[in-house]
Write a protein that binds this ligand. Structure first.
Ligand code: GCO
Ligand code: MG
Length: 408
């Protein structure tokens, strides 16, 4: 048997997704997620213009060999576009292999290590009342962990805070259909550092010690600012502080570690295990935040997570709405199978997205399960996808109060 056709499907049911469809000569179809928020068409073209012809006629069962063929064979290595394209091929081939075996993918990865996958929800609010309302709603749904983002007095719309008011369904989508250039936000780290510890204090007071509280710094602090933040919030027992400093500066995390025991998570903008080499071997982080979609797929993520396991570091796989249901399913199968699972991010997709992607994962009182359909358990309805035309969207650009461009 061999790969007979490779198609790239771009659809926009409320937000953009790039999906790869691989079909074998005996008619088995595998799906892969290649969505790179705000830069979607570059991955679509990498796949259709460069990889598709290389895949036709290859043995679909040779997943490791295909991965190496695409990674080493490009000569140019790493980077989000290349690694998202390779990830999509890898996911599609695992989907095919598991479908042929008649098993859900997690069985091929060693079987379930747990009954379900603990997930965290996104709670946000422009002020404390709205935030508290959102947390209460999630607790009523059974969530045991929430990521907390809130407005900072003096700043307008900022990262992670829904502008449409409190609600249990998280409707925050940062990529805006803003025409030919990104929208802009304003930032001031000093006001943020002064405001946040009090927010965590009030959450602990209102919701007690059981709730797992996470927070995303979204790359905005300098190393010493991040060290201060991590130290200031220590009494409130954060499950993790994510992306405290810009991801590419690995040794910045040494400084944070010297000053605090707040657990650290990083990696959603990373693409390979090499981005983590220092962080893992020096034990500078506690959670690996890569997305399966942006890190070369299931083959590469399994190796990365096994490497992290040796150092006592756990998974916290990236799962915002810009990861399609296919990428989310890939994460859930890994989460269920690996031993060093930490937590999984979960932002439910909107209804239009779930019309295009038919999923079989289930949510029960704060835990997800990938389901027992053969393969990944997600099928794309091409007719439904065709109804949602691609619309250019950009992630915002961030500026300090004096106009300087800052990390978003
Ligand atoms: C997260 C992330 C996302 C990113 C988004 C960009 O922790 O979920 O920070 O919210 O901002 O994936 O496209
Ligand atoms: Mg993040």
């Amino acid at each position: 048997m061999s790969i007979e056709s490779v198609d790239v499907i771009v659809t926009s049911p409320g937000r953009n997704f790039v999906t790869l469809k691989v079909t074998t000569s005996d008619g088995v179809v595998g799906w892969g997620d290649a969505t790179l928020n705000g830069r979607e068409l570059s991955v679509a073209s990498y796949l259709s213009e460069h990889l598709a012809s290389m895949l036709i006629g290859r043995d679909e069962d040779r997943i490791e060999d295909t991965w190496q063929y695409l990674y080493r064979g490009a000569y140019w290595r790493r980077g989000p576009v290349t690694m998202a394209a390779i990830a999509a091929v890898d996911m599609a081939l695992w989907d095919i292999k598991a479908k042929k075996a008649g098993m859900p993918l997690y069985q091929l990865l060693g079987g379930a290590s747990r009954d379900g996958v603990r997930v965290y929800a996104h709670a946000s609010g422009t002020d404390f009342a709205a935030l508290s309302n959102a947390i209460t709603g999630y607790r009523e749904l059974g969530f045991t962990a929430v990521r907390v983002q809130t407005g900072v007095p003096g700043l307008g719309q900022i990262y992670g805070v829904s502008s449409t008011g409190p609600g249990v369904r998280y409707d925050y989508e940062p990529a805006k259909r803003s025409g030919d250039r990104p929208s802009e936000e304003t930032w001031d780290t000093r006001q943020y550092l002064n405001h946040m510890p009090g927010v965590f204090a009030k959450i602990r007071e209102e919701f007690g010690t059981d709730l797992r509280i996470l927070h995303d710094g979204h790359h905005r602090m300098t190393p010493i600012e991040a060290a201060r933040f991590a130290k200031d919030v220590e009494p409130y027992d954060l499950f993790w502080l994510e992306d405290a400093t810009p991801g590419e500066d690995q040794t910045a995390l040494r400084l944070i570690r010297q000053h605090s025991t707040t657990p650290l998570a990083i990696g959603e903008v990373f693409n390979t295990v090499y981005d983590y080499q220092t962080l893992i071997t020096e034990r500078l982080i506690d959670y690996v935040r890569s997305a399966v979609t942006h890190t070369g797929g299931i083959t590469a993520m399994k190796k990365l997570l096994d490497f992290a396991a040796i150092y006592g570091i756990r998974s916290g796989i990236h799962g915002p709405t810009d990861i399609s249901p296919v990428g989310m399913a890939a994460a859930l199968h890994l989460d269920l199978a690996i031993h060093n699972f930490g937590i999984q991010e979960y932002m439910p997709h909107n209804e239009q997205t779930l019309e295009v992607f038919q999923t079989s994962f289930t949510f029960d009182r704060g835990f997800l399960h990938p389901g027992d359909q053969p393969g990944l358990g997600v099928e794309l309805d091409e007719e439904a996808a065709g109804a949602f035309e691609y619309t250019k969207a950009y992630l915002p650009v961030n500026r300090l109060l004096d106009g300087t461009v800052h990390d978003w």
